[in-house]
Write a protein that binds this ligand. Structure first.
Ligand SMILES: [Zn+2]
Length: 322
């Protein structure tokens, strides 16, 4: 006896259609899973056994050969699952629970393919903030892996015979001390190992990675005198409201937030006024800005102007961005 059912396996964002083929042959009673199934698939044999027992069905005697995933046979006519994609979790009591990923599963009705690979932190932070504290402490490999997603908003994982793509549109925020011992610089609490300590520590971050970080700020240590100052007139709630207004203004233009603007849209809405353009040209030359850094500077200037409620991008905003 031979029966088939259809289910899906995830490969990053994509769901691939999997056909479950089950054949019953004579011989020692057993459920044998063949193919490239992972641990979950091979463990499914035990789930099926328990589920069958719980709902009072006997597993047909004989040897069940399952190609890739388990399927309910014996209790169903062989064509009962034609045109149906099965996607759920089998409970030991025989119940079927929903499983996450129903949308890509539905989208998979027309595709075919393979398995595996997991999203990392950067994909779990998709559409959100990824905060990395003490950035230079991360391995070179981890830091290098940030470059591509910062550029494209996606993580591409190469496997032996296929590629897996995960979404990774993030806002990367990172912090670091000036040197490994924390002090760096000069004055009270400065590092005692001398400037080499800070130079070596900061050299952990490659030029191409820093080139993809739009805003880099030196934050001086907070002193006791700072704490005695009156709090600033704009508190966190007011600042958050101003950020929301700027985001709404950006979204209303229809091209997306400034960070994801393509070059044409950027030129249309972020071209600075004449003094601003002159300053940007000068900064590009003296700071030897890469093409990427040049456009990022424009985006930051446009964003500063948005936060200021300004339609134009005047020189002062370019100056702050550069
Ligand atoms: Zn140090």
């Amino acid at each position: 006896m031979f029966a088939t059912a259809t289910t899906v396996a995830f490969q990053g964002l994509e769901a691939r259609r999997i056909e479950v083929q089950v054949q019953m042959t004579g011989g020692t009673p057993a459920i044998v899973v063949v193919g490239l199934g992972d641990k979950t698939v091979s463990e499914a044999r035990e789930r099926v056994r328990a589920a069958f027992a719980s709902i009072g069905l006997a597993i047909p005697p004989g040897r069940l050969i399952v190609n890739l995933a388990p399927a309910a046979i014996g209790a169903l006519p062989h064509d009962a699952l034609d045109g149906v994609v099965c996607f759920c979790e089998v409970g030991l009591d025989g119940s079927l629970a929903s499983a996450p990923g129903a949308l890509p599963a539905a989208m998979a009705a027309h595709v075919g393919g393979g398995l595996r690979a997991k999203p990392g932190e950067i994909s779990l932070a998709h559409q959100g903030v990824l905060f990395l504290d003490e950035l230079p402490e991360f391995s070179q490999q981890a830091l290098d892996a940030l470059r591509q997603p910062l550029e494209t908003g996606q993580v591409l994982i190469a496997r032996a015979n296929h590629h897996v793509t995960y979404p990774a549109r993030i806002l990367l925020a990172a912090a670091m001390n000036p040197c490994r011992c924390g002090g760096g610089g000069v004055g009270v609490g400065a590092c005692r190992r001398g400037p080499r300590c800070a130079i070596d520590y900061q050299a952990q971050l490659s030029g191409p990675l820093l080139d993809r970080i739009d805003i880099q700020l030196d934050v001086p240590p907070v002193t006791a005198a700072d704490l005695a100052l009156p709090s600033p007139p704009e508190g966190a709630a007011e600042a958050a409201a101003r950020v929301m207004r700027a985001r709404d203004a950006q979204s209303s233009l229809g091209a997306g937030l400034n960070a994801v603007l393509d070059q044409a849209s950027l030129e249309k809405i972020a071209t600075p006024d004449a003094p601003g353009a002159a300053l940007l040209a000068k900064a590009a030359e003296s700071l030897a800005l890469s093409a990427r850094a040049y456009h990022r500077t424009l985006k930051v200037a446009r964003t500063i102007a948005d936060l200021d409620g300004s339609d134009a991008v005047p020189r002062i905003h370019v100056a702050e961005a550069a």
